[in-house]
Design a protein around this ligand. Structure first.
Ligand code: FEO
Length: 183
């Protein structure tokens, strides 16, 4: 008796998203190591923590595939692209990456909707909400660099930014926590 509750298409798409989250973790790891090398220990710390968060996303999908009786496929993780050339570029790449990941999440939502796989659709809602948080976090980073001077950001401003980010929570906090249920 076949107890697999996921279609072939969704199994492939979920496995691919799982690898994408692992790839995201590698990207954050590489940026963190780069930032640390540049002397920005606070920013590095923030990015290292976020790499861990991406790995948790990967595990969440892995566990879901298993729970639905389907096969997990662990494949090679693509290498992260080149190191950024500045902190500003680093934050821009983080934002671009999160937007790209949101698109992948939306594709999975649509696929599960089209298949009327409501369990997967429901599972993916967690990621839809999480991506709002992740994009907000990336936008906040870009705003911080903008306030610090944008392209003309000087070392003093970067020093303060580095110190601040060391203690910044991993999730987008404060106003972003407000929801319809928790105004
Ligand atoms: Fe797992 Fe940053 O999305």
């Amino acid at each position: 008796m076949d107890t697999n509750r996921l279609s072939k298409t969704l199994t492939a798409a979920l496995n691919s998203q799982m690898t994408k989250e692992a790839y995201a973790s590698q990207i954050y790891l590489s940026y963190a190591a780069w930032a640390d090398n540049q002397g920005f220990g606070g920013i590095a710390n923030f990015l290292f923590r976020h790499a861990e968060e991406e790995r948790n996303h990967m595990m969440k999908i892995l566990e879901y595939i298993l729970r639905r009786g389907a096969e997990v496929q662990i494949t090679a993780i693509p290498a992260p692209h080149d190191n950024p050339v500045s902190i500003k570029k680093c934050f821009e790449k983080v934002f671009e990456h999160e937007v790209d990941n949101t698109k992948a999440v939306y594709k999975l939502v649509k696929m599960s909707f089209d298949e009327e796989d409501w369990a997967t659709w429901n599972f993916m809602q967690w990621f839809v909400k999480e991506q709002i948080e992740e994009e907000t976090l990336a936008m906040n980073l870009l705003n911080k660099i903008k306030i610090a001077g944008g392209d003309k950001v000087n070392n003093n401003a970067l020093y303060s930014l580095d110190r601040d980010l060391k203690n910044t929570p991993d999730g987008a906090g404060s106003a972003q926590d407000v929801t319809a249920e928790k105004p």
